[in-house]
Design a protein around this ligand. Sequence first.
Ligand code: F3S
Length: 282
Amino acid sequence: MVGIIRAKTAGFCFGVKKAVDKAFEMADPDKKVYTYGPVIHNAEVIKSLSEKGVRLIESEEELRSLTEGTVILRSHGVPKAIIDLLKDKGIDYVDVTCPFVKRIHDIVYLESEKKQIVIAGNPAHPEVEGIMGWCKTPADVISTEEEAQRYVPKDGRDVCLVAQTTFNYKKFEKIVEIFEKKSYYVSIVNTICNATANHQTEARSIAEGVDAMIVIGDKKSSNSRKLYEICSEVCPKTEFIQTVSELTLKQDGSIATVGITAGASTPNYIIEEVQNYVRREF
Ligand code: F3S
């Protein structure tokens, strides 16, 4: 029988669990409950919430046209302007922004007055969009070491460097090194969430020792994608799936151990399904 190593850190992190629990607690088909953007990046969870009557608002325009109801604000945070808009309209909201993301909002809100905020992250990710929306002056986003090398702050301003909570820790360290060598003044706040770093370290160490690795997560989840990147660097037979039905990995006699990990927005029951399948079929 194949050996299975399931990461202890697989699945919901503290912030996501809190947000999802709150959304399910508030779900009520008789009331108008909305989430602004998906409350977490997991299609299965969103589907199950929508079956319980929680509607998804996908754009600011849609939010503007709202006249009543309660809006749940996603775990990876929203720009300040969205909260101001809801307040102006007198619409109730429940902010389930993860406290670790909120901490970044607070830092950039304070520091952006005097310093140039640089965010190490993915500019297209809603968390980064949210962080940018708390800066009083426009922030810059960099995602690679090359961009860090080329970077010059506007008007010679001092720099405050923060990171998207799910940013790769090793990449951030390299960017920090580059920034430290630059002559302008830089303050660095490591805002990578421990859950992410622990998740990544454990995934790498499992992937190093197994014949095949399965990473479960929504394709839109940046932390899941990063786990996949990390695992495939050290384990060539790494697969990234959303649910068990997508698994193409087959037992060909060469697989004695399988590692399983899952992104921070993957519900437990999906991990269980994959684990049971591997136990049965390998
Ligand atoms: Fe929060 Fe960290 Fe999760 S920032 S949402 S506990 S990955």
